[in-house]
Write a new protein. Structure first.
Length: 541
């Protein structure tokens, strides 16, 4: 009966048909509140050791983006978006991490990745090194002393398998945070490293292929053929660094491995018999993988990549550690492409649902978080069920979108100016604002804007790329020791909990000898999540 009570709550809260808000009377809301209270009161803590750990990073997925994606997903499914819940929002334990780093109030993905994966905060744009190392300046002795070991090293030292999945280049800041130790996140290939530092440190791609822990990863899936010197002729659309040392690091990766497979398309990935594969490298683009909305046939979904990684890693009876990044949420926000960002966030949530369906909450700790937020805002006061990508206010004298940005390139679209000014403007481009403040575009005359994934939403200040946001980000946890992630804490604490929960790394001495199972085989919340992941959404609707 308790299980049925939880499932009825799940249907009421998450899958209520679209209706007028006026039907949500006091009886409705008191039942919602009471059912939620019942779920919380019956929630059990998973107290065993985490055999497996999966860390999902929604790059740039701050609280505003989570809210927007929740509404967007709900509206896609013809239900009240405001009452929808993303998969990870149903996780039983939720906290907030403070994302500032050792040098900046508003952090980047390099320093935040180091904090999450190693438990050590560091300087902006550096990876796998503490503050004893200098940004953009390699000193061999200094780097050696500043090196921080993280969850992938801890896992491998304990006999676990490891892997990474990303929609960015596999050498980009977040994935690199799982294996690299470098003074500048942009040193992804040899040509990017200044000559004076070229003998001091290997580029990120070489570190991944040649050094532990990267060389021991059983699964590497993402983009970035160019950084590994494996791009094909004509692949020139990526503007990031290109190898000049003549190395093909895919060949290097293959040399010392048995049963190793390298794939570049979704078709080739799907054709693999994973039972016969011990090592898998998939690079599906010369640079970052394409956006979901671009519908490239060669691009596997993030859900497929996640499922593939879990199938590979769960072969090891000792367990595994996996990092999955939804990277292009951040990149869309940088360009003020709000719709693209939300589409990417929904795909990210589908990958989380797949992981929940494939794992056991009694032995697998799943953490969903963001590395940092973005300068995206959800404005007042749109009515209930208003299109999240539409106008918040629409009158003759006043009109503006529900989603806008504090800064970014969207300013130019909404305040038309001479394009030559934009291309040659000063760092803050203040002259664009001076010239354009009096001429704001009437976007109501652009009826197709909501269907255009590359439409730029309004921004209040011109910047060639929108900045990150500095507010705390959510941490959603399920599985063993997930209850330790409740509260407000420093971002590096996530790495500390991973160490303790899996009984590996610096906190291993503190964990007690406990069975992998919890005191309750299934809690209401975790069982509900499993059912949610397994049942098609249309069935519930």
């Amino acid at each position: 009966m308790k299980l049925l009570g939880f499932l009825s709550l799940f249907v009421v809260v998450s899958c209520q048909p679209l209706q007028d808000a006026g039907t949500e009377d006091k009886t409705f809301w008191r039942k919602v509140g009471s059912d939620t209270l019942d779920t919380i009161l019956n929630r059990k803590e998973e107290t065993g050791i985490a055999k497996n750990v999966i860390v999902f990073v929604g790059d740039g997925m701050g609280i505003p983006t989570v809210t927007m994606a929740r509404i967007y997903q709900g509206q896609l499914n013809k239900m009240p978006g405001e009452r929808n819940q993303l998969t990870f929002e149903k996780f039983p334990f939720v906290g907030f991490s403070k994302t500032y780093d050792a040098s900046h109030q508003v952090a980047d993905s390099a320093s935040t990745a180091t904090a999450i994966f190693s438990g050590v905060k560091t300087t902006q744009a550096t990876i796998g090194l503490d503050t004893g190392a200098k940004y953009d300046d390699c000193v061999a002795d200094g780097n050696a002393k500043a090196k921080t070991l993280g969850m992938m090293t801890w896992a491998q030292e304990n006999g676990k398998d490891t892997g990474i999945v990303t929609t960015a280049r596999v050498t980009h800041a977040t994935p690199a945070g799982t294996y690299a130790h470098i003074n500048n996140r942009d040193w992804e290939c040899d040509s990017a490293i200044p000559t004076e530092h070229s003998t001091c440190v290997k580029d990120i791609a070489r570190q991944m292929v040649e050094d532990a822990p990267g060389k021991n990863f059983k699964v590497i899936l993402g983009g970035g053929r160019k950084q590994l010197g494996a791009e094909s002729d004509g692949e020139t659309n990526d503007t990031s660094c290109k190898r000049e040392d003549g190395l093909n690091l895919v060949d290097t990766w293959k040399k010392d491995k048995t049963n190793a497979e390298y794939v570049t398309t979704a078709k080739d990935l799907n054709a693999l018999d994973l039972s016969k594969v011990d090592y898998l490298l998939g690079l599906f683009a010369p640079g970052h993988m394409s956006y979901v909305a671009e519908k490239e046939e060669t691009r596997p979904s993030l859900k497929t990549l996640t499922e593939t990684a879990i199938k590979m890693l769960r072969k090891n009876s000792e367990g595994y550690v996996l990092m999955v990044e939804g990277a292009r949420i951040d990149m869309a926000h940088h360009d003020n492409y709000a719709k693209l960002a939300l589409i990417e966030a929904v795909e990210f949530d589908e990958a989380v649902a797949a992981a929940v369906a494939m794992t056991d909450p009694t032995d697998t700790l799943i953490i969903v978080t963001a590395d940092h937020s973005h300068a995206a805002i959800m404005n007042g006061y749109p009515k209930r069920n208003n299109e999240i990508l539409g106008l918040a206010e629409d009158s003759t004298a006043l009109f503006y979108e529900t989603i806008t940005y504090s800064n970014g390139p969207g300013y130019e679209h909404h305040h038309p100016t001479d394009e030559t000014v934009v291309s040659s403007c000063s760092p803050d481009c203040s002259e664009i604002e001076d010239r354009a403040m009096s001429s704001m575009r009437d976007i109501r005359k652009e009826p197709d804007r909501e269907n255009d994934v590359f439409y730029r939403h309004f921004s209040g200040h011109y910047r060639k790329l929108a900045s990150h946001g500095g507010e705390d980000v959510g941490v959603f946890a399920l599985g063993p020791k997930a209850h330790l992630l409740v509260g407000v804490y420093e971002q590096n604490y996530i790495g500390t909990v991973i160490s303790y929960a899996a009984c590996m790394g610096p906190e291993a001495h503190r964990c007690k000898s406990a069975p992998s199972s919890s005191t309750s085989l299934f809690t209401h919340s975790t069982l509900g999540l499993l059912i949610y992941a397994l049942l098609p959404r249309i069935f519930i609707l």
